[in-house]
Design a protein around this ligand. Structure first.
Ligand code: ATP
Ligand code: MG
Length: 243
């Protein structure tokens, strides 16, 4: 581990990524994001800073013009999103992350689409993590509350048995109590040894549970450190945490 807290080999890393959408301008400017084995890394920053774009770059949904994406030491910069799922990446996007007209259980089954082995054990562990989903398993996912739909989305990603879990704003639009509950489940997931990289607009609460935090501004790294250090940083507090 170096002084700034990045392991010699982070499990997933975007290194100095510059890129944008299609033929459009660069959105990311030399952006570096890494998550260590067994840790929670959190990306925060203002609206439009490029947080979702950074996640898409790591997942292979963006044209990376320079820089690299490494998974467990392997350069995966040129791989398609599907191939990244096969390599062990689970991604829950910010929007459209469930199939609303399908039941909860069908959503989980869809999540396991790349698997050919028996998925019942994984489904049981998702229901253990999110008991309400078991209760509502035959209900259309679109009928669930916001927090429950986010549980479906996270559960769906877990169905691939990922080696790293990426969550883009898992607590968007939920009440503070539901947010706390979701964070507790995310901590529980990370404690099983699964590294978690998430984007959060609830910056304070997210940094409080983060081993490592990134503040992105205009597609570039503005501040990086442990969650604790960022929460204590005067400039970060004033500019991004409301004092
Ligand atoms: N599909 C797209 N095509 C073109 N430009 C896009 C696309 N998606 C996002 N952008 C642009 O990229 C920039 C960064 O957007 P991005 O969604 O990554 O920000 P964000 O930090 O996730 O914001 P938010 O907090 O609102 O989710 C913005 O200027 C946005 O307009
Ligand atoms: Mg976003």
């Amino acid at each position: 581990m170096s002084a700034d807290g990045v392991a010699a080999q982070p499990f997933l890393a975007g290194q100095e990524i510059t890129g944008g959408y299609g033929r459009g301008p660069d959105i990311l400017h030399g952006c570096t994001i890494a998550v260590n084995p067994g840790e929670i890394a959190v990306i925060v920053g203002p609206n439009g800073a490029g947080k979702s774009t950074a996640m898409k770059a790591l997942f292979g949904m963006l044209e990376v013009r320079s820089g690299a994406v490494l998974l467990d030491g392997e350069d995966i910069t040129m791989l398609s999103p599907q191939d990244r799922v096969r390599k062990g990446m689970g991604f829950v996007p910010q929007v459209n992350n469930i199939f609303p007209s399908m039941t909860v259980e069908e959503n989980l089954e869809m999540g396991a689409f790349i698997r050919e082995d028996d998925i019942s054990g994984t489904m049981a562990s998702v229901y253990d993590l999110f008991p309400i989903l078991k209760e509502k398993r035959y209900q259309a996912a679109g009928e669930l509350s916001g927090g429950q739909r986010q549980q479906v989305a996270v559960g769906r990603a877990l169905m691939t048995k990922p080696k790293v879990l990426m969550l883009d704003e898992p607590t968007a639009g939920v009440s503070p109590i539901v947010m706390d509950e979701l964070f507790d489940r995310i901590i529980e997931i990370a404690r099983t040894g699964l590294p978690v990289l998430m984007v959060e607009q609830n910056a304070r609460q997210a940094l409080a549970i983060a081993d490592r935090g990134y503040v992105l501004v205009q597609g570039a790294n503005a501040h990086t450190g442990t969650g604790k250090a960022l929460l204590a940083d005067e400039q970060v507090r004033r500019s991004f945490l409301g004092g």
